[in-house]
Design a protein around this ligand. Structure first.
Ligand SMILES: Nc1nc2c([nH]c(=O)n2[C@@H]2O[C@H](COP(=O)(O)OP(=O)(O)OP(=O)(O)O)[C@@H](O)[C@H]2O)c(=O)[nH]1
Length: 137
């Protein structure tokens, strides 16, 4: 058995005042293109996970998030073929600025109950019930 490559990715469910969650579509050309996912990205060497999220949210969506506004919800652990994904999922209801698709990605605000209608990476599927519990239908 080859050694496992553990990859740490942080993601966030941004929640708006109508209790909808932001999904972003992975652009063409990337692995898992076309699937809907939570904003976030890989933790770079020397970064704390919260710093990664704050950086990714600024780069991908143009919003400013303060660290105390990131609350841990749950995590995904999933064996992709080339790496094992470990992905903490935070929730955030408070940010400065307006959400914009700065990387050309499609964005959608969806109710927790509608999440199942959007094809997501396999790692994300077990996260849905946690959001339904938190936010209701
Ligand atoms: N941001 C995010 N990534 C997810 C989710 N679910 C999931 O399996 N992933 C996986 O976690 C990894 C996130 O990496 P990324 O977005 O920073 O990087 P990437 O694939 O664009 O690669 P690169 O930045 O090295 O080019 C990808 O392999 C992605 O498929 C999710 O909900 N949000």
């Amino acid at each position: 058995m080859p050694p496992i490559k553990l990859t740490l990715v942080v993601a966030v469910a941004l929640i708006d005042t109508d209790n909808r969650i932001l999904l972003a579509q992975r652009p063409e050309g990337k692995q898992l293109a076309g699937l809907w996912e939570f904003p976030g990205g890989k933790v770079e060497p020397g970064e704390r996970p919260e710093e990664t999220l704050i950086r990714e949210l600024r780069e991908e969506l143009g919003i400013a998030v303060k660290e105390p506004c990131l609350a841990p919800l749950t995590f995904a652990s999933y064996p992709y073929e080339t790496f094992h994904l470990l992905m903490p999922l935070y929730v955030c209801r408070r940010w400065d600025g307006f959400v914009q698709p700065l990387e050309g990605q499609a964005l959608k605000w969806v109710k927790a109950q509608e999440l199942r209608s959007y094809p997501m990476p396999p790692a994300d599927e077990p996260l849905i019930p946690f959001l339904v519990d938190l936010l209701g239908p």
